[in-house]
Design a protein around this ligand. Sequence first.
Ligand code: SF4
Length: 429
Amino acid sequence: MTIDIVSPGTYTYGSLVLGGVLRDKGHDVKITSKLQSQGDVVLLSLFSTMQLLDPKIREFVAAKENVYVGGPVGLCPEMVLGELDARAVVTGEGEEIVADLVEKGPEGLPGTAYRDDGMVVKSPCLPISSLDHPLPLIPDDLCQQNVRGANVYIETHRGCLGGCTFCQVPRLFGRSIRSRSIDNIVEEVRQMKRQGVSRVAVSGGTGSLFGYGKQINREAFVEMLRALSGILGKRNLSVPDMRVDLVDEAVLEAVRDYTIGWVFFGLESGSNAMLKAMKKGVTREDNLRAVELARRVGVKVGGSFIVGYPGESREDYMESMSFLEQAMLDDVFVSIAEPIPGTPLARLALDAPEEELALYQEHDGDYRALRLSEAEARCFEMMLQGEGCKPVPRAITNDLYNTYLGEAKGQGKDLKRVMQLLQKYREYI
Ligand code: SF4
């Protein structure tokens, strides 16, 4: 059987892994980031709700017979099957079922959903027994990919102890931690390097949870970073995503000694009320402490923030602005709260009256001439604030101003489209 794995725009790590599983089962598998296929079967890897609305993806699926969709969008299979003319959706972890899926179809297979007589038939997901997997299928052009500075993000473990309301990780992978063996990770990175991949990022929600048993396993985390750094060199390895309450001096020293020396904390807000609403499980004070600790150890700190979360008042927002002044982060990312299907935030946004969501409120403050929504204005202003509060502030040129303005408007426009989609499938969200 000829199988094409299509991962539009960006090769997702999951698509590489599934490619490896199918190749080792004896199938003729090709992988591409372009919307093209000659195969008998297509596995389509989608990571964002917006991709369901992409006309090119919709046309591509409509033109093929056997398209199976996988990725985080599988959290709401009714929406995927309602928008795309696909044969089935993988709703859970795909490694152990993908071979049966392409060979026999989805009927009776756990962790899948498909249409039957106009109804969506779903089978419960079974978590896979071991995360160690065959070598991924590595495309020749993976070395040219650039995802936030890395050719590829690899997965070292699944699950997160946190329960942040806006995040898919605990909903997709659960709140207990399952880790790969270091040998399995090392073998994969060695093969990637042989095939020209030079820069690798370790993902997994919170990097320091690798090897977690009943507590943080610093030894496993350090050993994993040391091994990968030995293959790639510290300038080519990053382990960006960390929870502030899951780092300590030893963890941060390993980040400093074996990687590019950056962490990105999901700080989200400077307001304790908002952090509580988001179920972050940490406070503004915890966030500041972690930033200061990282700086003391010699690790640069980026932070991500969410604006326009349901219930965020002007005062909450101003606390985030003051947090930026206090923390002086080396880099700042700002997003308007994204209601990802399957998360509590999606339900919250759907249940809130539109006029209470900053996404739909007209901004009437300093940027009113720009005709932004309140959420867009906060996003834009906070990006500018982030630049002005860096240890070495960056001049706000016209280009930078316009880039941030375009980014904020683009986020607002996309999220309104996502909200329309969620409203269409509100009973399944
Ligand atoms: S700590 Fe990070 S990965 Fe874990 S639930 Fe929160 S946002 Fe998600």
